[in-house]
Design a binder for this molecule. Sequence first.
Ligand code: FES
Length: 576
Amino acid sequence: MTTEAREPAGTASHGLRRGLTNYGDPDFALYLRRSFARSMGYSTELLQRPVIGIADTYSGFNNCHRHFPELIEAVKRGVLAAGGLPLVFPTISLGEVFLNPTSLMFRNLMAMDTEEMIRAQPMDAVVLVGGCDKTVPAQLMGAISANRPAINLVAGPMLTSRWHGERLGACTDCRRFWAKFRAGEVSRDEIQEIEGNLATTAGTCAVMGTASTMASIAEALGMILPGSAAIPAVHADRLRAAEATGRAAMRLAAEQVTPDHIVTPASVENALRVLLAIGGSTNAVLHLTAIAGRAGIDLDLNHLNQLSDSTPVIVDLKPTGPHYMEDLFAAGGIGAVLRELKPLLHLDCRTVAGETLGERLARPGGPVDREVVRPLAEPLQGSGGLVALFGSLAPKGAIFKRSAADPRLFEREGRAVVFTSLEDLSARIDDPGLDVTPDDFLVLQNAGPLSPSGMPEAGYLPIPQKLARAGVKDMVRISDARMSGTAYGSIVLHVTPDAASGGPLAKVRNGDRIRLSVESRRIDLLVSPEELARRPAPTPPVPPRGYARLYRSEILQADRGCDFNFLRKAPLGTDR
Ligand code: FES
């Protein structure tokens, strides 16, 4: 008797029968798989059901995911209630502050792990449970490449805490109080007290940092359930969203709705609009570029500028405003933002909820707190939070978060004070003898994607201590590094090509003049081409082995989202 004869009709390539281990005998492979699955105590009835994989990123090294056991139980409940078999599997987890040299270096590794485990294991759909900064983009990248029915579930933000009556939330307040400590305004005892009160619940950082931005983008793309981006991690609604996500995964499996139905040029543009309107993290430009690249969509920084011109900032969260993610949840969440942006959005995009964005937004929304989500006609800022700069210092672009910067520094020319590496920065930034004034431009080299440091969030260069103690709060800072989405300042990031690949940034010397014009979208090094040609730009050696070698060989520049070239849907040629 063949295995086909033993199975209900229509199940031949579904559930546990999918992707059998190859022994040259499919019947034996299925028999063996079932036998081992039964060793886990499942009934034969359950083993006949569609299988929903649940990618679990719980880790002792990831504080943001510490509630995942409870969240995943709720997903399983939803799958079981809808007639499926939930099977949880682990993947790499990336806890932002626990990784060296930086979490971005491992985003692509996590994306590969996620993609391969979705593809290799017998699941009809997958629920991807993530949250901390790099985990959601990694899961989206992996799921798009695997292209099996998929739905994301995000951790949700932390709740804020209190210190001496003041509201605290990771991590804008982490940086704010550290700057005060450096300036001598907060004592060592006080900073230790603050340290214990910045992050006090499960969940992702409490402000519009990278994790919250990526959750918002996932909702705008249509890859998480409507209304679920901003629900606090510890709120019962988060568990209800988890249960509903399990049910939705069953529907996606039945209808064979794969990520390529959802992540399209139109939905990517919707996500960009939301990114600009929420004053979101600069990191999200990298991540969305990489996510789009997995779907064969090229995200161009000139296009970002076009959208930025016509997308006002309407959300007043830290680091650009006073509010936190729990306030956005209470104010109506990303649904309220999408309703305001409706005239600018592509409404025919499908979502994992089984409806289009237009159908979602046709339903009446709830009350909106206008202190947090402004009407489109009365925005906080008339144009988007992010802008791309181009010029002789960054021929392939750089990113500037104008919504979180001091407009008095937007049109400037300054003298370069150069730090050649992160080590040089930490050795000299607080040197009382450092030749620096508040009008200078601080320049950091060799912190980009091809550097050994792997593009850390070091672009928020500290104000030199002697200036900080004199009351200087902001200066123009330029680097090929990234910046935390929770940070604030007049900071030019992602300078491309980076210094480690021999870009113009590598050739800046102390005393060079640099011109910044946010209005003209320019960042120029005012040094003649002849002089630049005389200056060396050494590139670091390729590491001898392991993931570091793969990373260094394949990593693309920031304008391509720092993905690995061979993981893009359409790999680039030698002119990257
Ligand atoms: Fe995980 Fe901020 S450290 S989101």
